[in-house]
Design a protein around this ligand. Structure first.
Ligand code: NAD
Ligand code: ZN
Ligand code: ZN
Length: 342
């Protein structure tokens, strides 16, 4: 089969490799869609990976072969794949929080295209436990729900208690994850949504997805957001970039006892000083850096999609164009999500 692999730091290749066979507990999928995430660019530029590794951590597929002891799946069924492949038996995994699996303490939980061979290939081998039936959702365009919707859903869910109708939530970076975050916030909260991006077209699109206000990400953004919140600051700030300027913005506008949640992995830093404000962070504010979501979150994301509450803005490309699509994502040229189709 064809597989788009990371073969060294900054190097990719579309290679021919063997189709794997499902062992106990596993299912073989014919990949129907593989979303392209900004994290694939972080992986592309990372030095310490087990090369070669097939990329692709937003998989949908059709069941084509089933491991000996697997129950509950049928050949021909269309599924989406949960992307944190924990041990399945620890305290966290027992609750469905495989993204916090204790088998990988304080570390990355691996998944398809994230340590295991991923979905930018014709076939994907997955633990049966990770698969959820699509239930009529589009087998190509739903692929990004596995991460671009799951991860913001998880981040938002953790702050649900703060996301009241009187609250303001700031979404920084309305790209692949951010455009889903705006829709999820619109669907499950009554809070006022402020979208922030450097790109005018994305801000315009964010309004269509339910943002109440849009702010261009520049030096005057903190002042604008403080004004929008009567000088109080935002109850929840979700940063889907994680670069120095966005973290500075996030830290400058989060309210006292607010939540600052950093999902983006661009490597910025926020000082946390144990001193009274205005030094360091506001009183009571919580800073966090969540990873992916839980298996239960994925079920809830699929339910929102089936209800028509959220929809990924997708552009489809053939798997053979993977390298060009990654290059375009790096130039900021993809609005919404690109999905590779083998
Ligand atoms: P993307 O490229 O689709 O979107 C990024 C968006 O940020 C774009 O709209 C871009 O215009 C905007 N942006 C860039 N610089 C900005 C700035 N200074 N101010 C405001 N907006 C700015 O990326 P994506 O696929 O949505 O991923 C976003 C980040 O989230 C990446 O760093 C990715 O690695 C990370 N991520 C983390 C997790 C996790 O579990 N923590 C999961 C998935 C992705
Ligand atoms: Zn991702
Ligand atoms: Zn576990």
């Amino acid at each position: 089969m064809k597989a788009f692999q990371l073969v060294g730091p900054g190097k990719t290749e579309l290679r021919d490799i063997d189709v794997p066979e499902p062992g106990p507990g596993q299912v073989l999928l014919r990949v129907t869609g593989s979303g392209v995430c900004h994290s694939d660019l972080h992986l592309l530029h990372s030095e310490a990976l087990p090369f070669p590794m097939t990329l692709g951590h937003e998989p949908t597929g059709e069941v084509v072969a089933i491991g000996p002891d697997v129950v509950g799946f049928e050949v021909g069924e269309h599924v989406i794949c949960y992307i944190a492949w924990g041990c399945g038996v620890c305290r966290q995994c027992a609750t469905g929080a495989e993204n916090a699996c204790e088998h990988y303490p304080r570390a990355n939980v691996p998944g398809p295209g994230l340590g295991y061979p991923g979905a930018m290939a014709e076939y994907l081998l997955a633990p049966a436990r990770s698969l959820v039936p699509l239930g009529g959702l589009d087998p190509v365009d739903s692929a990004p729900l596995a991460d671009a919707a799951l991860t913001p859903y998880h981040a938002i869910d953790r702050s649900r208690a703060l996301l009241t109708p009187t609250a303001t939530v700031v979404v920084i970076g309305v790209g692949g994850l951010g455009h889903m975050a705006v829709q999820i916030l619109r669907a499950i909260t009554g809070s006022r949504i402020v979208a922030v991006d450097v790109d005018a077209a994305r801000l315009e699109a964010a309004r269509g997805y339910g943002a109440d206000e849009t702010v261009t990400s520049n030096a005057s953004a903190p002042g604008e957001i403080m004004e929008l919140t009567r000088g109080v600051g935002a109850d929840v700030v979700l940063d889907f970039v994680g670069a120095q300027p966005t973290l500075d913005l996030a830290a400058a506008v989060v309210s006292s006892y607010g939540h600052l949640t950093v999902v983006g992995l661009a490597g910025g830093a926020i000082p946390f000083r144990a001193a009274a404000p205005p030094v360091g962070v506001p009183w009571g504010a919580t800073y966090s850096k969540p990873y992916a979501g839980t298996r239960r979150d994925l079920h809830e994301v699929l339910a929102l999609a089936r209800q028509g509450e959220i929809k990924v803005q997708v552009e489809r490309h053939p798997l053979t164009d993977a390298a060009a699509v990654l290059a375009r994502l790096e130039r900021g040229g993809i609005q919404g999500r690109a999905v590779l189709v083998p």
